[in-house]
Ligand binder design. Structure first.
Ligand code: ATP
Length: 243
């Protein structure tokens, strides 16, 4: 099914510019993201995708312009925003369940258990992170990101270090969890196929601005082998490679 839960704007970026010294990475980003939307950000390496996500997260402040979250100017990381990175960032001295329920009291770990169950790792509760595969570690990181029921989930190449098959499995997992929980998601990815599989909209960043804002109106779950899927993928890829 196509996502229809567009309940108004949750994120609004207006004229966002980001400079590091004289290096202007983001020149002028205008972007509105609706509540419940899944947005993918793509673009060539070094175009500023992660920099953009850091401004959205409130981890960094734009040089000019504004990022509004829920109509309020963002000044830092909001408690209902969670981020997941390429590396799981699990604490090696805590068992899996305690990594998911990091700040929870021992007798109140039920929501951590539920989150672990949603990523298919109930049987790993008492394992140490280092005993898990890379894909399993990212599942735990996903459970940890979701346990507090964030309204906005930011994903910075979360599947970038995984092998191709695990990556495809994780994409399906993220898609089905997002369909169930209806949070807003912003995904940075190099993988255009991943963007088409997951996103309602694909944003292409080039020269510090939005070069393409393309809706993906395909029914879910998406069929990678379909002609429509390939057309959208080719269209975005050709725009990325055009320069
Ligand atoms: N803290 C920083 N200080 C100085 N330069 C930075 C900083 N963060 C990012 N940059 C520069 O900004 C540019 C964009 O980096 P960014 O990581 O946002 O790109 P990206 O599109 O996410 O790249 P990739 O796809 O390779 O991960 C790069 O030239 C990078 O060197």
């Amino acid at each position: 099914m196509v996502n229809t839960s567009r309940k108004g704007i949750i994120l609004e970026l207006s004229h966002v510019q980001k400079k590091f010294g004289n290096h202007e990475v983001l020149k002028n980003i205008d972007l509105k993201i609706s509540s419940g939307e899944f947005v993918a950000i793509v673009g060539k390496s070094g175009c500023g995708k992660s920099t953009l996500l850091r401004q959205i997260a409130g981890l960094d402040q734009p040089t000019e312009g504004s990022v509004n979250y829920d109509s309020t100017r963002l000044k830092g990381l909001s408690p209902d925003v969670r981020i997941m990175f390429q590396d799981s960032r699990l604490l090696p001295w805590k068992r899996v369940l305690n990594n998911v329920g990091l700040n929870m009291k021992k007798d109140n770990l039920q929501s951590a258990r539920t989150a672990l169950q949603s990523v298919g790792l109930s049987d790993k509760e008492t394992d140490w992170p280092k005993s898990l595969s890379g894909g399993q570690q990212q599942r735990v990181a996903l459970a940890r990101a979701l346990v507090s029921k964030p309204r906005l989930l930011l994903l910075d190449e979360p599947l970038g270090a995984l092998d191709a098959l695990t990556r495809i499995e994780m994409q399906s997992l993220i898609s089905s969890i997002w369909e169930d929980e209806k949070f807003t998601a912003v995904l940075v990815t190099h993988d255009v196929s991943e963007a088409v599989f997951l996103a309602d909209r694909i944003i292409l960043i080039e020269d510090g601005a939005v070069k393409l804002d393309k809706p993906v109106n395909l029914p879910r779950p998406r069929q990678r082998g379909s002609v429509e899927f390939a057309q959208i993928e080719n269209d975005v890829l050709s725009k990325i490679l055009a320069k």
